[in-house]
Design a protein around this ligand. Structure first.
Ligand code: OAD
Ligand code: ZN
Length: 267
């Protein structure tokens, strides 16, 4: 399959990404035992770790998410070699779409353009009232988080808590996610990196490639989300275990792209 990258067989690549690709930047993922966010929420006394990102829970107890958000200043992290590899695919006109579950905006820091990016779980760019959906000022939201105060909606009679434009459990995904299905249907290679493929509907995307389209999973652990389906359809799923930055460097070297890669990496 790597041969296909090198000799230009693949020209419409869809890259699916998750929290694992930002781990080397210093941002924890969700589900890794020990280090993942979900393994470190004891102080919030949640029934389920996912409550932290669940809309019904947020409407009831917004202070829990605000406290959590205070600990994370996502502005301070840099894009990883894996992000820059996606950028390289874009520069080589091989990238059809990067569909990410991440909300850390590291794609922008690697200059992946909005036209080639779908942030399926939203992003940290805007803020909305969780109750009436009124758009509120994002910087004011951030100031409230920093000060440990809940920012409340100013629409008459509302007063709902304001949240960033990230998709919580119980909320629908942005239109851009459904639009990105076209790229999935038309892709000639699907690269899946740094995700446990545990959350629907994102984890359904590998089901929608065309017959026989190759899929490569680059991840610390295998996932079984689509294997039976792939087998039926004849899609070939190659699993490359390990850290994605290491695998990316190996792919870059196997393709003879080292020089171009060094050029897109920051000094
Ligand atoms: P997860 O934490 O579920 O999965 C991250 C995957 O990346 C795991 O399989 C890790 O083994 C792997 N991993 C970690 N570090 C890695 C590295 N350096 N190289 C390669 N693989 C590595 O994160 P996501 O799949 O992104 O949604 O989680 C999906 C969604 O669940 C999130 O968007 C979030 C969460 O609940 C919402 O909150 C709506
Ligand atoms: Zn409101």
């Amino acid at each position: 399959m790597i041969q296909g990258l090198k000799n230009g067989t693949y020209k419409k690549i869809v890259v699916l990404t998750g929290a694992g690709i930002s781990v080397s930047a210093g941002i924890p993922d969700f589900r890794s035992p020990g280090s993942g966010i979900y393994a470190n929420l004891q102080k919030y006394n949640l029934k389920r770790p996912e409550d932290l990102f669940t809309i019904s829970y947020f409407l009831e107890k917004p202070e829990v998410f605000y406290e959590f958000a205070k600990e994370f200043d996502l502005d301070s992290f840099d894009a990883t070699p894996t992000h820059f590899f996606i950028r390289l695919l874009q520069d080589k006109s091989l990238l059809s779409m990067n569909i990410t579950q991440n909300i850390d905006n590291l794609e922008a820091k690697a200059s992946i353009q909005d036209d080639f990016l779908c942030q399926a779980h939203g992003s940290l760019r805007n803020a909305f009232c969780a109750k009436c959906k009124k758009e509120m000022d994002f910087l004011t939201f951030k100031e409230h988080v920093k000060a440990g105060a809940i920012y409340r909606c100013n629409a008459a009679g509302c007063g709902g808590p304001v949240k960033p434009e990230i998709v919580f459990f119980g909320e629908s995904l942005p239109k851009s996610f459904f639009k990105s299905m076209k790229a999935v249907e038309e892709c000639d290679l699907m690269l899946v990196m740094g995700t446990a493929l545990a959350v629907s509907p994102f984890n359904q995307l590998p089901f929608f490639t065309s017959q026989g389209v190759h899929q490569i999973l680059i991840n610390r652990e295998n996932t079984n989300a689509t294997s039976a389906h792939d087998f039926e359809k004849g899609n070939y799923r190659l699993f490359v275990p390990g850290n994605c930055d290491d695998t990316i460097r190996k792919i870059v070297s196997d393709c003879g792209w080292e020089e171009e890669f060094e050029k897109v990496l920051p000094e």
